[in-house]
Design a protein around this ligand. Structure first.
Ligand SMILES: *Cc1c(COP(=O)(O)O)cnc(C)c1O
Length: 721
């Protein structure tokens, strides 16, 4: 048992000591019952401590712990959950004593070595501030599903002392960033140690100096996630700060970070004697891992080309960014300054080294990853097409003739559409209902469309009760956040109104929550403010819109969008029906996707690679209302949500105009009337039938269960010898 876990276990009464182990395994984050166990120990403290069980168990007074250890009701729950935890850890499945899907389909002996998954960010739970948005949440869901499905996998990433950032909105709508310093010893993670108790450390050379890293482990069910950390006394102040923040805009620091992730990650796995069978790069950020692996092979006696061939045989890459600026590319001279001399270690020239990552004159992490992988994929059907188009110059005959490095076999980019982890995104009451109508094993069969047809057995009245429950819960959530803020901060009253205190839970409620880059067009709905005001303030059929989302602290246009939106929200005309929830995180996301009726998404097609928040909403019976971008063209069938706009436009100006018109008219003519078409008992049957269509069609197809099976079958298994 790790030192930290042991220390926590020892302060607990014997009868409930397993809580210590439970706290340090993030399995509890997708087990509502396990969360409830912590919650019931002291619900106020649980909230105040940010849903952190390590802090909670340390903070509870001895008398409270002793009382719980003698409380038969608590103990019955405790016994049930710790038993389920043990079953899970031994079999890795939701169903007691059953084999996992993976163990039923693949030979354990052949899969003795794990898949190594590298990502710059991971969104596992709000307690671990390692993510900025959808890319991270997807990575978190990938790990959880790997654990559930029984795939041997290890994750590698960073732990950030300042996390991403905490968002605060000023009275004038300006986003300010707070950087709380996280105390790693208070998080549910443990330091990776050698048998003698000292920290495992590895180094990587940057600009001629050695930077030392240690690592923390977050246990995600059966999957370990290793998190690199440079905050060590042997490093300079500059190097200690390299793992302070996620997505630093300074390209010098960015190169350093990415080098540390790729090189440090490989060396860390070596130091722990983990020999991956497959290396998976989630986005281009970790692509330097291929250089480090080639370097290992060259120093073992292979020539560089042979080394690259070997690396390619077991490396896969997922690209996520159809926005050109989203793909990291650096100037050659800058790379040279940081990695100087690395080509000597590889036995090649400077030019050969740069050719490997050449992106029309700069050093591109995506071309490097594409050229060093056996297989690559985009994250939706449409994105697969866009990615192929974007990178086809790399595969062309001209590129080949010009001597540029072409990916092996000139392979084009496949696609595996993203999914969401059902146990994470379905709250406990809904889980209970789904269990009743879909059967005990519904989570094990989350990708089975035939099973989801049984959702139609759920009476509309039952579904409506459930929807209303979570609609009220969302309203209470906003109210309590506003109250806490009012109590603890200096806020203008209008900010309290803007944070959702005037929301009427039973009115039609639309959610829009995501990062605020300009391509997501968060303010598209403000194109005709008067028309919008008529829609939301219709006395007999009012509409409410709840916004949340962070803009990157250095993205000024994104922050201006938030401001524009916030000013409209504060405007008295909006009648408290437009709302902005500060500091979007996985907790806010859960409340929103469960509690809104419509999930709005207005990206500029085709810049949304996939999007996953709409999948979470559909899974909960909210109706997706979106531009036909990312995953939505694959899902939309005319009966399970609504589309905005069309596929092709002559210009961006036309696109904005047509999409806005489509947005308003669909709201006015279809969405609002359908919601308010309720029977004498207030049940909107037409709406609920549509909600069931959304659940039945989207839940199975856009589950990580379906997604991970595809990764295993199409990306990992073909590379495992
Ligand atoms: C799901 C999720 C996202 C992804 O949002 P998209 O609209 O799919 O881009 C971002 N942030 C958080 C906190 C999420 O839970």
């Amino acid at each position: 048992m790790e030192v930290e876990v042991k220390a926590l276990v020892e302060v607990l009464p014997k009868r409930i000591q397993k809580l210590g182990e439970l706290a340090y395994n993030l399995w509890w984050t997708w087990q509502p019952d396990a969360q409830a166990l912590f919650y019931k120990m002291d619900n106020l403290l649980w909230g105040q401590l940010g849903h952190n069980p390590v802090k909670l168990l340390r903070a509870l007074p001895k008398v409270t712990l002793n009382a719980l250890a003698a409380n038969p009701i608590f103990l019955a729950e405790y016994d049930r959950i710790t038993a389920a935890f043990e079953v899970y850890m031994n079999s890795g499945t939701h169903a007691a004593n059953a084999a996992t899907w993976f163990s039923k389909h693949y030979d354990a002996a052949q899969w003795a070595k794990p898949v190594a998954y590298f990502s710059m960010e991971y969104g596992v739970f709000e307690v671990l501030p390692l993510y900025a948005g959808g890319l991270g949440v997807l990575a978190g869901d990938h790990l959880k599903e790997s654990s559930d499905i029984g795939l041997p996998l290890v994750g590698v990433g960073f732990i950030y002392q300042y996390g991403y950032f905490k968002q605060r909105i000023t009275e004038d709508g300006w986003q300010e960033a707070d950087y709380p310093i996280y105390d790693f010893t208070a998080l549910p993670i443990t330091l990776v140690r050698k048998p003698d108790g000292s920290a495992v450390t590895v180094t990587a050379r940057i600009s001629g100096r050695e930077v030392t890293m240690q690592a923390w482990k977050a246990q995600i069910g059966r999957v370990p996630l290793y998190l690199l950390d440079t905050n060590l006394p042997q490093n300079s102040e500059y190097d200690r700060a390299l793992t302070q923040r996620l997505y630093v805009p300074d390209p010098d620091k960015r190169i350093d970070q990415e080098w540390l992730l790729g090189v440090g990650g490989v060396r860390l796995l070596r130091a722990m004697n983990i020999a991956p069978a497959v290396w998976h790069m989630n986005e281009g950020h970790p692509a330097f891992l291929t250089i480090e692996r080639a370097r290992e092979l060259v120093s073992a006696g292979h020539d560089f080309d042979a080394a690259c061939d070997i690396v390619r045989k077991d490396t896969v890459f997922t690209t996520h960014t159809p926005v050109p600026a989203g793909n990291d590319a650096f100037a050659f001279w800058q790379i040279e300054r940081h990695l100087n001399g690395i080509w000597n270690d590889l036995g090649i020239s400077r030019d050969e080294f740069f050719a490997l990552a050449d992106q029309q004159g700069s050093y591109g992490m995506t071309p490097l990853a594409l050229r060093m992988s056996a297989r690559s994929n985009g994250v939706s059907k449409l994105h697969g097409e866009v990615a192929n188009d974007m990178w086809k110059w790399m595969y062309s005959d001209e590129a080949r003739a010009a001597g540029s490095v072409v990916p092996t076999g000139g392979q084009s980019i496949h696609y595996i559409t993203n999914g969401v982890h059902c146990p994470t995104w379905v709250p406990w009451r809904t889980k209970r209902h789904y269990t009743q109508y879909l059967g005990e094993n519904w989570l094990e069969n989350a990708d089975d469309s035939a099973m989801w047809q049984k959702i139609y057995d759920m009476p509309n009245e039952v579904l409506w009760q459930l929807r209303k429950h979570y609609k009220r819960k969302l309203a209470t959530f906003m109210l309590e956040r506003a109250r806490t803020k009012w109590l603890t901060h200096t806020v203008h009253p209008v900010q309290t109104i803007a944070s959702g205190v005037m929301i009427e839970p039973l009115h039609l409620t639309i959610g829009f929550a995501r990062r605020f880059p300009t391509y997501k067009r968060a303010t598209l709905i403000l194109r005709d403010v008067e028309r919008l005001m008529r829609i939301i303030n219709n006395a007999s059929r009012p509409v409410q819109i709840i916004y949340a989302g962070k803009s990157h602290p250095h993205d000024e246009p994104g922050k201006l969008l938030i401001q524009q939106l916030y000013r409209q929200i504060k405007n008295a005309d909006s009648a408290g029906r437009l709302v902005f929830i500060e500091d979007y995180d996985t907790n806010v996301a859960r409340h929103l996707v469960m509690g809104v009726d419509v999930w709005l998404n207005t990206p500029r097609r085709p810049y949304e690679a996939s999007g996953t928040s709409g999948m979470k909403a559909s899974l909960n019976g909210a109706l997706n209302f979106s531009v036909l971008d990312g995953w939505w063209p694959e899902a939309y069938d005319g009966t399970n949500g609504w589309k905005i706009g069309r596929d092709v436009y002559a210009s961006e100006a036309e696109q904005d105009m047509v999409d806005a018109e489509s947005l308003y008219s669909t709201l006015e003519n279809e969405i609002v009337p359908l919601y308010y078409d309720q029977d004498a008992a207030g049940v909107p049957h037409g709406w609920l039938n549509r909600a069931k269509n959304a659940i039945a069609t989207c839940a199975p197809a856009f589950s990580t269960r379906r997604m991970l099976k595809q990764y295993i079958q199409e990306m990992y298994a073909p590379l495992v010898k």
